[in-house]
Structures are given as structure tokens and as C-alpha cells.
Design a protein around this ligand. Structure first.
Ligand code: ARG
Ligand code: ZN
Length: 849
């Protein structure tokens, strides 16, 4: 059956469900191409409903029979569901349907991955399993029976009974269908347990394919740490007897918080020192925490409708970033989050895909699992906490859990909790949820008779559908320094509410140097062009680690832009200041690594574009390489001592201390490779005993093109390990020089290990091409054409991943007319593809407009 025709859905059209569900019983008779799902659903009319129409969503499910209160009925079946007349009183609906998990390559609903059955129901996948009111404000208690030959049969909640070839599960917590999950396969468990704060024992398992047992220990420790942290910091206890995690190789996103049965992309849970980098370990720890934290922020309290997605995602990202900050280094986490925010969310906000944290319309909700909803959504919560203070934030969260537990609720309800706790009026703050685009904050200063003033102006540029923006509430954290580097004003938070506003600091002995937007206290673009340039001073003296780092980054970015647009050469004072930071042993090595990293090509392209010029990808690549070489030369005398300081004598552990040393060491090795032709990198590669050392040294060899032997050794060693081979695909394309990236990607899509059906491999290959800025933007358009070809191929298999990856084109209007023409032609070609999915049609359509 064909998919239903795409339709735009509006927040303003929300109406309550016509019927509520008291209980759901599901029986699954598993078979690869003919799974039977027998449902028994107790409905009752919703007293708050405005309509009595009975409609159940259902897509690609074949109805065998249906009954109401035991009597067979013949519903009107359409491509998106069924309609029928029902009693005006509580009734039981029953049905049997047939679905085909084996041929479900979209990886949404019930599907198969390497012979294992698994599900992904968020956002609207449950309707591909059976007929149901598939909307988050219909919450119910689920009982599930699974019949199948697989040794492990799992669903949500607690196990209630099992026998040979069957198992039954009951989830006592009412939940929307998007949190339903089922897994059946030949799996092995890595078991453990946790005792909750009230003394209840919880059984924990990470289920993996046989052979992966050795990669579970770290994820399990992260899970237990998350459970403890949520008790300690938010007072939230786990609420079932069992918590299961399953690793799946074919998965569209990172992971999914299904009640009591989290399903993970195997790349986001499996880890071992030999096969995973430090970055992988950190990401796994954060994602395990994220999904676990959803149990309260997402599952116990969920979203009324999908427009409220940030209610659970922004809050849960905020919570997982607090967790990482507590476990590791808060400044390092803040800097990497801001790097991410700028690289992904600012990029989105600056282009045709810009949308508010709470959008007001969509065609395909899967297209809105974006950096704006997640990362900007988390920033908004950070601002709220900064504005009300830590104590009020804690009180508000307690009230939120108390007032809304068991509900599907809204951003309005969330803000009301804060208003009720603090007495503040948050109506202006709410604009953060409603207005798209990144505010620009311009600052100037004056000093007179002991009084220093900062004068701010805010402006948010137009975004699609939103030509005019009103001023937003900006918490601006500011500190003042004296010329000798001492603090004359510790950090204060200025609360800007107007379009233009002046803040004064009096009784000063001399004109201070301002450190503005400390900790990146609001997600804005700060323009300090009207201030004296104190960045070299701030890089050396700022006590706020974020702004210290920021000073170096903006210096580097401005320098790179002037190298690209005016042919400038690397500036000695900048190089000296950077070397000073690198040599400062009082600083965390992880911080020094961040300070030594240059903005990526894509950021430089955006910065060039903002000067009014069309970015030239090759010139950007060359400028960055030139600056890297200058830094390497400036650092060269210090390299031996600094690299020695990164030596680790203990066994490998992915803790903050070791990770910091290894990352700083890798940055230094990268610079050294530019001077020694890769000799030191080869030595490290040959002796590496963990993936971080092996991978970072191989990357150095790739960048200096001395990688031939290492590349084949790496492949030979790891051929059997999918996740490591993903790195092998990605790194070769990502590190290829601009003239070779497309050819490399072409060659690797012909490699026997390339698989279009596996999202991880597809992203490792085509995502790496799109991420190789100068390679992707080759003037001949071959990069654009190659990506478009593969998106067209993938769309017929997996619309969701296709649509997400089409966002690689979102920056197209930055470039020159020739490139714009080439990209537009590819976008038009994609749109003209017969039977293109609604997902990709929406995304490409938005990008083109
Ligand atoms: N709720 C999941 C998470 O944030 C994301 C799942 C989204 N999946 C999807 N197909 N839209 O952890
Ligand atoms: Zn989430």
C-alpha cells in the first residue's frame, strides 16, 4: 500500500483525542515476512473531546479482521488508517493484522536487523505495527505477549511469564505508543543490578549479539552512574523491576528511550579500549545517560503533541550535559557543547531550515529531530536556570514532576511551573520557544569618572515565515578585569530584555577590560567589533575558561577570514599567545587541546559569507592548512616537552584525566606530523594498544598522505568489526585532500563492505563526503552530484535517513552563483524523483525555498 499523501500539520489545529485507551493487549506471532499482531484495546470516549470520530492510524499493515465488543466489523480502510462507527460508551476493539518486518528497510515500526526483530516507534512508527491512536497524548497500560523461536523475547515493563517460544510482559506505567518496544533475537546479556534510593533492587541488562559481550562493561557503568546521578541531583528514582538496553546494528538515530527497554544504535553503546576512541566512550556515556534520564523527562511526563518535542528533548539534553559536566570537566563540556551548537544549530538557524524550538507546523515530524529542538532547546533551559537561580530551578523541577507526572503536557505548562515557583512573568522569555534565528548581540562601551558602561543592541534576523522578531530575554554574564589581569568585578548576570540596553558599573579605579557572555550564557552571536580588541589579553588572562577559549577562537577565525579574503599572513602575536596557552601547565590538557583546534572549514565559510563575500572552499582549505603549519612551526621547540607531558603510565581508562592528555597529545602529534612528515605518527601507530592512539595517529598519516601501509593494516586488523570499519570509511573520505575526496568516496561506495541499507555505514561514507568541505564543494559539482545520486537511491529504502542527510545542502546560498546553480540542479533532480518520500520532499523543498 502506498503512503498517504503528505499533509502539513499545525500546532494551532490541536484537538484532544476523541477516545482514550484504558488498556492494550498485544500478541505478536513473529515471522520475518508475515508477523501477525493481535490487539485488544479498551477505549472510552474522551469527555474533553470536540469530536466523536473514531480513527485509528495504520500504515503498511494489512487488516485480517476487526471486532468491536466481540462482533466482527468492517472498517473503512485508507492508506493512513481505519475509520468506523463505534458505541457512544466504553468498548473493546480487537484486530488481527499482518506486517512484514523483514522487508521493512525504513527501520521504523517493527523491522529486522541481522536476523533480530526490533522496533523504533518514535515518532510515528507504531502505526506500522498495528491500528492505534498513534499520538503521544493517548497514554495507556500495555500487556504484551511475544510468540517466537528466538531465545530472547523482550518488551516494555516487567516480565510476567514465559515458556518455550513465548514471553509475556506488563508495563504498569501508562505510556503513549511511541514508547512501545519489542526485541526478539539470539542475544546475550551483560547483567548487573542497581539498588535504588528507597532500597528496591533493579535488574539491569545490556543485550548484544554473541561476540559483543566484551563491549558492554563501560555502558553498564554509565547506566548505573546515571541512575545514581538522577537520584542525587533530581531526586528521581527508577520505577520498574528491570531495565534493559539492546544494541542494534541498523538504526536511524542514536538511541531510543522506550520504557524499560532502551534500544541503541550499537555505535552508541558498544565500547572497548581496543575498538573505541575516547570520543566514543564519552558519547556513549552521555547517550546512555540521556536515554535513562528520559524515564522521567519524556516517559513519566511526555509531550501532548509533537510540537512540544523540545519539552522532553531540550530538557533531557540539558540534564545529560549537567551529568557529563559533573562527571568530567564542566568547562571542557561547555566548550564542546558550544562548538557543537555553532557547527550544527547556528548553521541551521542561518539557513532555509531555520525553525523555532517549538515549531508551529510540520509535514514529517521525523524531520524535526534537529539541533534546534535538541541543542537550542537545552540552551533555553540553561538560560532559564541562570535567570531564576539554582535553588528556584530545583524547586520548579520538583513542582514539574509533582504536578505533571503521568501527563502528556506542553511548553506552556512547563513555563507556568517556573512562573508559579518564582512569581516571574515568563511571557517574554517564551519567545525563545517561538522565534527562530540566532540573535545578534552588538556591544559597545564607555568609561567616565569611574563608571564603565556596556551598551548592548540585539537583533534577530528574519527566518522562513518570520520576517520580524521581537527582543528576547538575554542573560549576559559579564566580568571585569584590570589591566594586570586581576578581577575587578566577578561574574554578574545582566538581564537584557529590550532591544537596546545600557548597564553600568561604578566606583572603578580605572577603565576595566570586559569579559562578556561568560560561559556562553546565551546562544547568541556576539559582535564586539566596537570594543577595543582585547582578545590576546583575554586569551592570556580571562579567568572564565569559556571566554579564554573564545578569545583564541575568534582571533583564529578573524585571521583565517582575512587570509582568505585579503591574503593576510598568520599574525605573530596570535601565534605567540597560542603557544603560551599550549605551554601553560596550569591549564587542563583537554582545554589546551580545544584552544589549539582551529575553527572548521564550514565555520570559516560562514564567517567569510558574513563579510559579504562568497566563500571559496579551496582558499579556505589552503588558509587553514597554512595557519596550521605556522602554528606547528611556532610550537616546534615546545613539542618534545609537551608531548612527553602527555605520556600516560597507567592502563587505558577513558576518564577525564587520561582523555585530556590523549587529546592534547593527538593535537600536538598532528602539528608535529606537518614538520616530520608523519614519522612520529607512524611510530605511535605501530605501537598503539588502544583505538584512540591507533586512530589519531592514523588520521595524522592520512592528512600527510603517508598512510598507505597503515590504511591496509588498519583494515586487515579490523575487517570483522563493523563499528571500526565505519571509522575506516569515514576517516579516509574525511581526511582526503579536496581534489581526491569525491574519488575516494566513489571508490569506497564500490567497496564490498559498503551497505546502503545500514545507516551507520551510509553516514560514514556519504556523511564524510559532505563533511569534507572543500571536497564536497568541488567547483565541478561532482560532490553534489554524488551525494544526490546516493540520496535518490537511499530514499526508496530509508526515507528518514535520506531526509536527514539532505540537510548537507542547507548552506547552499552562501556560495557563488556557479555552485548555487549546480546545487539547485541537484536539489531539483532529487525532487523530481518519482515516488520520492514525503520526508525528503519536505526537506529538499524547504532547502530550495
Ligand atoms: N527520543 C530519541 C532520543 O532523543 C530520538 C528518537 C528519534 N527517532 C526518530 N526516528 N525520530 O533519544
Ligand atoms: Zn532524547
Amino acid at each position: 500500500m502506498r503512503d498517504a499523501a503528505p499533509q502539513t500539520i499545525y500546532l494551532s489545529d490541536y484537538t484532544p483525542p476523541a477516545y482514550l485507551v484504558d488498556s492494550v493487549h498485544l500478541t505478536f506471532q513473529l515471522a520475518p515476512t508475515a508477523t501477525r499482531v493481535i490487539s485488544k484495546i479498551a477505549f472510552r470516549p474522551n469527555p474533553e473531546a470536540t469530536s466523536r470520530e473514531f480513527f485509528l492510524n495504520g500504515e503498511q499493515v494489512e487488516l485480517i479482521w476487526a471486532k468491536i465488543d466481540g462482533a466482527e466489523v468492517a472498517p473503512a480502510v485508507s492508506p493512513d488508517g481505519v475509520r468506523m462507527d463505534v458505541p457512544d460508551a466504553p468498548f473493546v476493539f480487537e484486530a488481527e493484522v499482518e506486517i512484514s518486518p523483514q522487508t521493512n528497510t525504513a527501520l521504523e515500526g517493527l523491522y529486522m536487523s541481522n536476523g533480530m526483530y526490533c522496533t523504533q516507534c518514535e515518532a510515528e512508527g507504531f502505526r506500522k505495527i498495528t491500528f492505534y491512536p498513534d499520538r503521544p497524548d493517548v497514554m495507556s497500560v500495555f500487556t504484551v505477549r511475544i510468540e517466537g523461536a528466538e531465545p530472547v523475547l523482550l518488551s516494555n515493563g516487567n516480565p510476567t511469564a514465559q515458556g518455550d517460544g513465548w514471553a509475556e510482559w506488563h508495563d504498569p506505567w501508562p505510556k503513549p505508543a511511541y514508547l512501545f518496544a519489542l526485541v526478539a533475537g539470539d542475544l546475550v546479556a551483560h547483567p548487573d543490578q542497581f539498588q535504588t534510593m528507597s532500597g528496591k533492587d533493579v535488574e539491569l541488562n545490556i543485550y548484544v549479539r554473541p561476540g559483543d559481550e566484551g563491549k558492554c562493561a563501560f555502558g553498564m557503568e554509565a547506566l548505573k552512574a546515571s541512575m545514581k546521578w538522577d537520584e542525587d541531583v533530581y531526586g528521581r528514582e527508577y520505577d520498574l523491576d528491570i531495565f534493559n538496553i539492546v544494541a542494534v546494528d541498523d538504526f536511524n538515530m542514536g538511541a531510543m528511550e522506550n520504557k524499560g527497554l532502551n534500544i541503541f544504535n550499537s555505535s552508541c553503546v558498544l565500547a572497548s579500549p581496543e575498538t573505541s576512541t575516547d570520543g566514543n566512550f564519552e558519547r556513549i556515556e552521555a547517550i546512555i545517560a540521556h536515554e535513562y534520564f528520559h524515564n522521567w523527562t519524556g516517559n513519566r511526563i511526555t509531550c501532548r503533541d509533537w510540537f512540544q518535542l523540545c519539552l522532553k528533548e531540550g530538557l533531557t539534553v540539558y540534564r545529560d550535559s549537567q551529568f557529563t559536566s559533573d562527571l568530567r570537566s564542566a568547562p571542557v563540556k561547555r566548550i564542546s557543547d558550544v562548538n557543537d551548537l555553532r557547527g550544527r544549530q547556528f548553521r541551521e538557524d542561518a539557513g532555509p531550515l531555520a525553525h523555532p524550538v517549538r515549531p508551529d507546523s510540520f509535514v514529517e515530524i521525523n524531520n524535526f529531530y534537529t539541533a534546534t529542538i535538541y541543542e537550542k532547546g537545552a540552551e533555553v533551559i540553561g538560560m532559564l536556570k541562570r535567570l531564576v537561580g539554582d535553588a528556584a530551578y530545583a524547586k520548579a523541577l520538583d513542582l514539574y514532576f509533582e504536578r505533571h507526572d503521568g501527563e502528556a503536557t506542553t511548553i506552556e505548562a512547563w513555563l507556568t511551573v517556573f512562573e508559579d515557583t518564582t512569581g516571574r512573568d515568563l511571557s517574554q522569555f517564551k519567545r525563545w520557544y517561538e522565534q527562530a534565528g540566532t540573535p545578534r548581540l552588538t556591544v559597545s562601551e564607555s568609561y567616565e569618572a569611574g563608571t564603565y558602561s556596556l551598551h548592548f543592541t540585539q537583533m534577530t534576523p528574519p527566518t522562513p515565515g518570520q520576517p520580524d522578531k521581537a527582543p528576547q530575554v538575554l542573560p549576559i554574564a559579564v566580568g571585569l578585569l584590570a589591566e594586570d589581569g586581576t578581577a575587578v568585578q566577578p561574574t554578574v548576570v545582566l538581564e537584557m530584555t529590550k532591544q537596546e540596553q545600557r548597564f553600568k558599573f561604578s566606583n572603578l579605579e580605572s577603565k576595566p577590560i570586559a569579559s562578556i557572555l561568560r560561559e556562553f550564557s546565551a546562544p547568541v552571536i556576539l559582535d564586539t567589533a566596537a570594543l577595543p580588541d582585547n582578545r590576546v589579553f583575554l586569551l592570556a588572562h580571562d579567568t572564565d575558561p569559556f571566554n579564554k577559549w573564545e578569545a583564541g577562537q575568534t582571533l583564529a577565525k578573524d585571521l583565517l577570514v582575512s587570509m582568505v579574503t585579503e591574503g593576510a599572513t598568520p599574525d605573530q602575536s596570535f601565534l605567540n599567545a597560542l603557544v603560551e596557552v599550549a605551554r601553560d601547565d596550569s591549564l587542563d590538557p583537554a582545554f589546551r587541546e580545544l584552544a589549539l583546534s582551529l575553527p572548521i572549514d564550514d565555520d570559516i565559510a560562514q564567517a567569510v559569507f558574513e563579510t559579504g563575500a562568497a566563500p571559496d572552499p579551496d582558499a579556505i582549505f589552503t588558509a587553514r592548512e597554512t595557519l596550521k603549519l605556522s602554528i606547528a612551526e611556532a610550537l616546534s621547540d615546545s613539542l618534545p616537552r609537551l608531548m612527553a607531558s602527555c605520556q600516560i603510565d597507567a592502563a587505558y581508562a577513558p576518564d577525564a584525566d587520561q582523555v585530556g592528555k590523549r587529546s592534547f597529545g593527538a593535537a600536538l602529534l598532528n602539528y608535529l606530523s606537518l614538520l616530520d612528515g608523519g614519522k612520529a605518527a607512524q611510530a605511535q601507530f605501530d605501537s598503539a594498544t588502544d583505538m584512540t592512539q591507533q586512530f589519531t595517529s592514523w588520521l595524522c598519516l592520512l592528512r600527510v598522505e603517508k598512510d598507505a601501509a597503515a590504511t591496509s593494516d588498519f583494515y586487515g586488523q579490523w575487517q570483522h568489526d563493523r563499528l571500526v570499519i565505519d571509522k575506516w570509511f569515514g576517516a579516509r573520505i574525511g581526511a582526503a585532500s579536496p581534489d581526491k575526496a569525491v574519488a575516494m568516496a566513489q571508490a569506497l561506495t564500490q567497496h564490498p563492505d559498503f551497505a546502503v541499507t545500514n545507516p551507520n555505514r551510509f553516514r560514514a561514507t556519504l556523511g564524510a563526503l559532505a563533511g569534507n568541505h572543500a571536497g564536497f564543494h568541488r567547483a565541478d559539482g561532482s560532490g553534489y552530484q554524488m551525494l544526490a545520486d546516493w540520496l535518490i537511491t537511499l530514499d526508496a529504502i530509508n526515507p528518514q535517513t535520506t531526509a536527514r542527510m539532505s540537510a548537507a545542502f542547507q548552506t547552499w546560498k552562501r556560495y557563488d552563483a556557479d555552485r548555487q546553480g549546480l546545487i539547485a540542479a541537484q536539489l531539483e533532480r532529487i525532487l523530481a524523483t518519482p515516488d520520492l518520500s514525503p520526508d525528503t520532499t519536505e526537506m529538499v523543498g524547504r532547502i530550495l525555498n
